[in-house]
Design a protein around this ligand. Structure first.
Ligand SMILES: [Zn+2]
Length: 420
């Protein structure tokens, strides 16, 4: 049932970095050489949000397109280029002076290219960027996440970008040269050989415990397993994680066993998958829970109890034995895990927000039994409401689940990349 994958890391990391850099270079190259074509998409709108630690650019587009970045000094900026015909709406704005990005400005810098300059207060770098296909009335979106970095690292990136640009200008078609150059770049040889984080995905319910149900009779236990498999695939494909499931078939599994599995295997992150249900069918949207002994929201309490009750009704009563000794080290560990759980949940919510419908307050706390490991960061993802018809339609759609899986994977990567 539980498969522990082998751990090799160094080579994969290097390959990933080279591959990503190679793609970015190819996009840069393609965008600069492309001739104006009438079918190029338009930029519909741009918005930037910024805090001192991180910033996000969201660009609405009329269709999917290519994009590239370049870091520039004097003044310090990150330029985001998209292959597009024109931009509509305002050409810039100010994202309140104190953030990582002080302001931004858009320019048409060629027949086929729109550039957005992001002015930086200090050092910064692109953490991740992705295009979301149009969905549920939302247009196609380019999302660029930017995080703070040291001034030295930023200037190094500026120099690398300048070198890459001149190399492309000298020999645009020589991909082999580009790869050699990037793999020899400063820092590339200093990546440590570390083992890959183990992520344990926990598809909720199973066996005689079906969980909630849609009006059409689709059961929560089926959706959670289907989603867990999709998320596992996306995470494994990144080459960065070992990923296992607590259950891989329709079997009943104690809540306590799920917790124990995470602890025994020293999982680096435990992600429990569920779908909500509530009396009011208008309530919809995804949310991410972390454990809290004092849940304040009545709805959260009811839902948390339902999850726990389901387990009891199945005849699986968790061992009530209290630990004989609760020392301060355990408490400190628990606090640290809570902190990490919060950061992981926030990172996942940050990626869900632009991708799918989330609840009004998507980051929530409740007393879910399955989140109580004192030594494993744990989050519980409620994908949506089976009691809502729109959510139900989404939950049974493989394409929708894929969209969510990719967003959750981005959140997980952001968590592991960030300062834990
Ligand atoms: Zn559930």
């Amino acid at each position: 049932m539980f498969h522990f994958l082998s751990k090799t890391a160094k080579f994969v990391w290097l390959l990933c970095i080279v591959a990503v850099a190679g793609v970015a270079t190819a996009q840069e190259n393609g965008a600069s050489q492309g001739s104006a074509v009438s079918s190029l998409p338009s930029v519909l709108a741009v918005r930037v949000t910024s805090t001192p630690e991180r910033a996000r650019l969201i660009m609405d587009l009329s269709a999917e397109t290519q994009f590239a970045f370049v870091s520039l000094s004097g003044p310090n900026r990150i330029a985001v280029d998209v292959r597009a015909e024109k931009f509509v709406g305002s050409d810039g704005g100010i994202a309140s002076g104190t953030g990582l990005i002080s302001n931004y400005k858009m320019e048409q810098i060629g027949a086929d290219r729109v550039r957005t300059y992001l002015s930086l207060g200090g050092g910064a770098q692109v953490q991740q960027a992705y295009v979301l296909a149009a969905f549920e009335g939302q247009p196609t979106r380019l999302v660029v996440d930017i995080i703070g970095t040291s001034d030295d690292l930023f200037l190094l990136k500026v120099a690398e970008d300048a070198q890459a640009s001149s190399a492309i200008a000298q020999n645009a078609a020589n991909a082999a040269d580009t790869l050699t150059q990037i793999s020899d770049a400063p820092g590339a040889s200093q990546i440590e050989a570390v083992s890959r984080p183990l992520i344990l995905i926990d598809p909720g319910h199973g066996g005689i415990d079906g969980g909630a149900e849609t009006a059409e009779g689709v059961r929560e236990k089926e959706i959670t397993l289907l989603f867990a498999r999709q998320l596992q695939e996306v995470l494994i494909a990144s080459g960065r994680y070992d990923v296992a499931l607590t259950r891989e078939s329709d079997v009943a599994f104690w809540l306590e066993q799920r917790v124990q599995l995470a602890r025994d295997n020293k999982a680096d992150l435990f992600v429990s998958i569920h779908a909500d249900s509530f009396d009011d069918p208008s309530i919809r949207g995804a949310s991410v829970y972390i454990r809290d002994e004092e849940a304040t929201d009545v709805l959260d309490k009811v839902l948390a109890e339902n999850e726990n009750k389901a387990d009891l009704l199945s005849g699986f009563i968790p061992d009530a034995e209290e630990p004989a000794v609760v020392n301060i080290l355990v408490e400190l560990m628990r606090r640290e895990m809570r902190r990490q759980s919060f950061i992981a949940a926030r990172a996942i919510v940050d990626q869900l927000k632009p991708s799918i419908r989330v609840r009004r307050f998507p980051l929530r706390r409740a007393d879910f039994f399955v989140l109580q490991s004192p030594d494993v960061p744990a989050v519980l993802l409620e994908l949506g409401f089976l009691s809502n018809s729109s959510d139900s339609e989404n939950l049974v759609s493989p394409a929708w689940r894929q969209r969510v899986a990719e967003a959750v994977a981005r959140g997980i990567t952001s968590f592991f990349d960030g300062n834990r």
